[in-house]
Design a protein around this ligand. Structure first.
Ligand SMILES: *Cc1c(COP(=O)(O)O)cnc(C)c1O
Length: 351
């Protein structure tokens, strides 16, 4: 049920790629017991009676993710947003405050700006690219800091260690959404984060055919989320079939991330020298203002980048319509190259 029981090949002394391979699918909604004594024994283990509480395939995915992350414990959920919901509804309460970076995945922005205030949780958005901006904004009610790195949709990075050390001085928990990098490239817990969130929908599963989310960190924090957030509050468990497909995807994660990174760097270089391009945001370009941070906390670049055209808004829309091989779609992490125009999407959301 927890990450403490590791499968062969998941031990920390093995390399990342070895720990990424090696799984049966168990699908059932409930478990049967031959006697009351057996039932008592299962109940004593924390209620492994029903698939919302325990599934062996899902438990294997959790221990595998924990192993890859170097985390004590992991819990997987039905989607990345289910992970965010379970995180904040398990660890924050009415009258608490949370500080977030001003740019977040669009649905996380909606949740923090509109969802959490309905439950009496205040969100304060700041620019964490300067970690000293934390100092002026936390109060005795602030419980946590939440940010993404690399950031959706820009691909820019934030300095996890610098933000975490300031946040910890103020007694805050540090939550990092690391979806854009995957554990193959970046492990925020080792830079001081308390909990890592990722959407398994993206790079970790890698084939664009399912939704999933994960939270990783210290044993007691993750168990609190599993027991409160997942089991009682949201019930947003991952299906065993999705767990199995994610385990399958993980086998090729290290190879896929290497190729995503080298392809993205080649595209970033090409765009950087192009007359029609005004700016390119890819932290593994040596000219990027936060290249040093990216190199310090990531082992390589991910496949995500953003860029702007000199022609502006209309030129960007025309560019998308002229693409031949690249697909216009939200999401990321699959083998196809996808493109999206957040400025057009933002206008859609306003009306
Ligand atoms: C996609 C995404 C999410 C949400 O994940 P879902 O699995 O789609 O719910 C959260 N954070 C980031 C950075 C994402 O890219």
């Amino acid at each position: 049920m927890t990450a403490s029981k590791r499968e062969a090949g998941d031990e920390p002394e093995h390399g990342f790629s070895t720990r990424a391979v090696s799984h049966p699918v168990y699908t059932t909604s409930t478990y049967v017991f031959g006697s009351v004594a057996e039932l008592d024994a299962a109940a004593a283990l924390g209620g492994k009676l029903y698939a919302r509480e325990f599934n062996p395939t899902t438990a294997l995915l959790e221990s595998r993710l924990a192993s890859l992350e170097g985390a004590e414990n992991a819990v997987v959920l039905a989607s990345g947003m289910a992970a965010f919901g379970a995180l904040v509804l398990s660890l924050l309460s009415q009258d608490d405050e949370i500080i977030v970076h001003r740019t977040l995945y669009s649905n996380t922005t909606t949740m923090t700006e509109q969802g959490l205030p309905r439950f009496g949780i205040k969100t304060v958005a700041v620019d964490l690219s300067d970690p000293t901006n934390l100092d002026g904004v936390f109060t005795s009610r602030t419980k946590a800091v939440y940010f993404e790195t690399p950031i959706n949709p820009t691909g820019d990075v934030l300095d996890i260690a610098a933000i975490a050390s300031r946040a910890h001085q103020a007694g805050l928990l540090v939550f990092v959404d690391r979806t854009f990098a995957s554990p193959a490239l970046q492990r925020p817990l080792q830079c001081g984060a308390d909990i890592v969130l990722h959407s398994l929908t993206k790079y970790v599963s890698g084939h664009g055919d399912l939704l999933g989310g994960a939270l990783l960190g210290r044993m007691e924090l993750i168990e609190k989320i599993r027991d409160r957030g997942l089991r009682y509050i949201t019930g947003a468990v991952l299906s065993p079939m999705a767990s199995s497909l994610i385990l399958r995807g993980i086998k090729t994660l290290p190879l896929r991330m290497e190729r995503h990174g080298s392809n993205a760097l080649a595209i970033a270089r090409m765009l950087d020298g192009h007359a029609a391009v005004k700016w390119v945001n890819y932290p593994f370009l040596p000219s990027h203002p936060r290249h040093a941070i990216a190199k310090r906390q990531m082992s390589g670049g991910s496949g995500m980048l953003s860029f702007g055209l000199r022609g502006g808004f209309e030129a960007a829309r025309q560019f998308l319509d002229n693409l031949k091989l690249i697909t216009l779609a939200v999401s990321l992490g699959d083998a196809e190259t996808l493109v999206m125009h957040p400025a057009s999407l933002a206008l859609q959301l306003l009306f």
